[in-house]
Design a binder for this molecule. Structure first.
Ligand code: FAD
Length: 477
C-alpha cells in the first residue's frame, strides 16, 4: 500500500489546498487499503498455473523448475521466509551411499548441480550464494549395511571414486579413529553399551567427493530469487487450510485469512506437514505408502581433542555405532543418529511436539565417542531439534495423486536435501507429461539424468509401490 505523498513546504499551493490534497490522499489510501483487505480476505481470486505448498529446499526447487518451463508459479508458505522449515536445521550432507541404485544415481546427479550452483540457480542473489564444502566421507562396513557390497556396485556403475580401507589402513589415514567393532548398536542402558564387540571393524570405504552445503537456508533464498527472476511469485505468512476441488480435479487453495487462490495444479512440498496437506486434499487413502513426522536431534560438539577438522575432518557414517558426524565450522562436529533398530521412534504432531532435547542427545554423542575416543561430551546440550518427513519405507514419494492436478514431493525421510535440484527437475517433468495426458500410474514417466547419463523411472517413487525391501529403513535411505 502506498503512503501519503510528502508535501514539501515549497509546494506552490495555498495552505488550504495543501490540506485538502493531503486529506484526499489519506482518504484514497485508506479506501484502497480497505478494498485490498476485503479482496484478500473474501473475493479476490488470484490465478496461477501452479501452486507449490512450501518454500523449503524441495518446494523452492520445484518452483524454480516449473518457472523455467514457463509455468506461472506461486510458492506459498506459512512461515515468514524461504527455508525456515525443517530445511533450516538440516545437516545438508552431500553423499552417495544410498541402499538403492536409484538413490545413488539421484545423489550423484544432484551433486553436479551443487558444484555448479550459480549456473543452476541462474540469477544472482543479493545475499550471496550457498556453497558446497568438500570434506570426503568415510563409511564403516557392518552387517546392517551388508558390508557395503551393494553400495560399492552402485558407486562403480556411476563411476564414483572410492578407496577401500581395512582397519589398519584406516587407523593410519585417520589416527583419531578407534577401529574396534562396537556393534550392533544397543541402547545406553544396556550393560554392553560402549563395550567393544570385536578386535576390528570389517573395514570402510572413503569417498573423496562428498561434503556439505554451508548455508541451507541461503540455498532456499537462492532458489526463490532464481524462480522470481523467471516470473515466479512467493507468498509468506500464509497458512494453507484447504485444498480446493472443482469438477473432479484440484482447483487451488484457501488460506487461513480466507483468501482463495486458483490454480489447476497444486504441489504438496510441505515437509513434515505433508501428511496434513494430503489429508486436506483427501488423497491419503489412495496412498499405499504414507508419511509421518519424526522428531530428530542433532548434537553440536567440539572436535576430538587435538584434532583440527579443517585439516583432518571428514564425514563419518558409522552404522557400527549407529551415529554419523559431520565437520562444522569452528572446529566442531554435528552428530546425528543413523536410526539403529534398538532406538524407538518418536512420531509427533508437527504442530505440537516437545522441542527440547532428550536423553538421545547424550546417547548419540556417546556412540560417536566410541569411534572418536577424544570427542568431548559437553554437559550442556547444544544443537538442533527438528523433524523428518518419513515415509513407510524411508524412500521419498515423488508422484501424482488420486486427485487430478494434485502432486506430491514428500516423505523425504531425512535424506533428500542433497537431491533437491533433481527433485525439482523430476517433478517439473512429471507434471508436464501428466498434464499433457500421460497416465503415470499405468505408464510411469521416464526422466533423463543429464550428468550421469541415465534414465530415471519416476515410478520408482510411486505412492502405490510395495514397501521397498532394499531400503535401509533409516536416514541412509
Ligand atoms: C535434523 C535434520 C538433518 C538432516 N540432514 C540431512 C543431510 O545431512 N542431508 C540431506 O540430504 N538431508 C538431510 N535432512 C533432510 C532434508 O533436510 C529434508 O529432506 C529437506 O530439507 C526437506 O525439505 P522440504 O522442502 O520438503 O521441507 P521443509 O523445509 O520443512 O519445507 C516445508 C515448508 O512447508 C511449509 N508448510 C507446511 N504446511 C504448510 C501449510 N499448511 N501452509 C503453508 N505452508 C506450509 C512449512 O512452513 C515449510 O517451510 C535432514 C533433516 C533434518 C530435520
Amino acid at each position: 500500500m502506498q503512503s501519503s505523498p510528502h508535501i514539501s513546504p515549497g509546494f506552490a499551493t495555498k495552505a488550504g489546498e495543501n490540506y485538502a490534497l493531503k486529506k484526499t490522499w489519506q482518504l484514497a489510501s485508506s479506501l484502497a487499503a480497505q478494498v485490498a483487505e476485503y479482496m484478500r480476505g473474501h473475493q479476490m481470486t488470484t490465478k496461477y498455473d501452479a501452486i507449490v505448498i512450501g518454500t523449503g529446499i524441495i518446494g523452492g526447487a520445484i518452483g524454480l523448475e516449473l518457472a523455467k518451463k514457463g509455468f506461472r508459479t506461486l510458492n506459498v508458505d506459512r512461515l515468514p521466509a524461504a527455508g525456515y522449515g525443517s530445511t533450516s536445521n538440516t545437516c545438508a550432507i552431500i553423499r552417495f551411499h544410498y541402499s538403492t541404485a536409484e538413490g545413488v544415481a539421484m545423489a550423484r546427479e544432484s551433486y553436479f548441480h551443487w558444484l555448479d550452483w550459480p549456473k543452476y540457480v541462474g540469477h544472482p542473489d543479493e545475499r550471496g550464494l550457498a556453497r558446497y564444502v568438500n570434506t570426503g566421507c568415510l563409511v564403516i562396513k557392518e552387517e546392517g549395511n551388508c558390508f557395503l557390497e551393494h553400495v560399492i556396485v552402485h558407486l562403480e556403475e556411476l563411476g564414483v571414486a572410492y578407496d577401500e580401507l581395512g582397519a589398519e589402513k584406516l587407523a593410519a589415514f585417520l589416527p583419531y579413529v578407534d577401529c574396534r567393532q562396537f556393534g550392533p548398536p544397543v541402547s545406553a542402558d544396556d550393560p554392553r553399551f560402549g563395550e567393544p564387540t570385536g578386535e576390528a571393524i570389517a573395514g570402510a570405504i572413503y569417498i573423496p567427493e562428498s561434503g556439505y552445503i554451508n548455508d541451507p537456508q541461503l540455498a532456499c533464498h537462492n532458489l526463490q530469487r532464481g524462480c522470481e527472476a523467471r516470473g515466479g511469485t512467493f507468498r509468506f505468512n500464509s497458512d494453507v487450510v484447504e485444498i480446493l476441488r472443482e469438477d473432479g480435479r484440484v482447483a487451488g487453495i484457501k488460506l487461513a485469512d480466507g483468501a482463495r487462490i486458483d490454480a489447476p495444479i497444486v504441489v504438496n512440498a510441505a515437509g513434515p506437514h505433508s501428511f496434513k496437506i494430503n489429508q486436506m486434499a483427501g488423497v491419503e487413502d489412495g496412498m499405499r505408502i504414507k508419511t509421518r513426522a519424526l522428531k530428530k536431534e542433532v548434537a553440536h560438539v567440539p572436535a576430538p581433542v587435538g584434532v583440527d577438522l579443517e585439516v583432518q575432518g571428514t564425514i563419518i557414517t558409522d552404522g557400527d555405532t549407529g551415529s554419523y558426524a559431520r565437520p562444522e565450522v569452528g572446529n566442531h562436529f554435528l552428530v546425528g543418529s543413523l536410526d539403529p533398530r534398538c532406538d524407538s521412534h518418536e512420531w509427533v504432531d508437527p504442530d505440537a511436539y516437545d522441542q527440547n532435547f532428550t536423553g538421545l542427545w547424550r546417547t548419540q554423542v556417546m556412540r560417536s565417542a566410541q569411534r572418536l575416543p577424544a570427542l568431548p561430551i559437553p554437559g550442556q546440550h547444544s544443537g538442533v531439534v527438528d523433524l523428518y518427513d518419513v515415509s513407510d519405507d524411508w524412500l521419498p514419494i515423488y508422484d501424482v495423486s488420486d486427485l487430478p492436478g494434485f502432486y506430491m514431493a514428500v516423505g523425504t525421510s531425512g535424506s533428500q536435501f542433497k537431491n533437491a535440484p533433481v527433485v525439482g527437475k523430476l517433478m517439473a517433468e512429471l507434471i508436464t507429461k501428466v498434464e499433457a495426458g500421460q497416465n503415470h500410474d499405468c505408464e510411469p514417466v521416464q526422466f533423463d539424468l543429464k550428468y550421469t547419463r541415465r534414465v530415471c523411472d519416476i515410478g520408482f517413487f510411486s505412492r502405490l509401490r510395495e514397501l521397498n525391501s532394499e531400503s535401509s529403513y533409516s536416514v541412509i535411505g
